[in-house]
Design a protein around this ligand. Structure first.
Ligand SMILES: [Cu+2]
Length: 119
């Protein structure tokens, strides 16, 4: 009988804790969009991977519009951090330009600054 009460209490605590966490997570994210230059599917994978740093829940780059959509936790990461992370992978953003030496290491098909068409 004692064991049973204990078990029920533990389950109740877990359920309450879970719903508190769920509510906190739900209100703490922000969604934003900014421009990132790129040309192909490989760029898309590179940009999205680079943007998925700690605190970023979702990163989705659109090749047609060149816009990167991010959902992030402002307490953990800033938009500037995301811009920097993407630039470090070789892609210019509307705020941060990638270093030439990183850009030059991109595959030829990805050289968006050199007039490579979207493909
Ligand atoms: Cu590419």
């Amino acid at each position: 009988m004692k064991n049973r009460l204990l078990l029920i209490s533990i389950i109740a605590i877990i359920l309450i804790a879970n719903s508190v966490f769920a509510q906190e997570n739900a209100k703490k994210t922000e969604t934003s969009e900014f421009k990132v230059w790129g040309v192909c599917g490989q760029c898309k994978a590179r940009i999205e991977n680079a943007a998925l740093i700690k605190g970023v829940k979702l990163a989705e780059w659109n090749k047609q519009t060149q816009m990167l959509k991010v959902i992030f936790v402002p307490e953990k990461v800033t938009l500037d951090d995301i811009h920097k992370a993407v630039a470090e992978a070789g892609h210019d953003t509307e705020k941060v330009k990638a270093a030439d030496e990183v850009y030059n290491k991109l595959p030829k098909c990805c050289l968006y600054r050199d007039g490579v068409e979207s493909h």
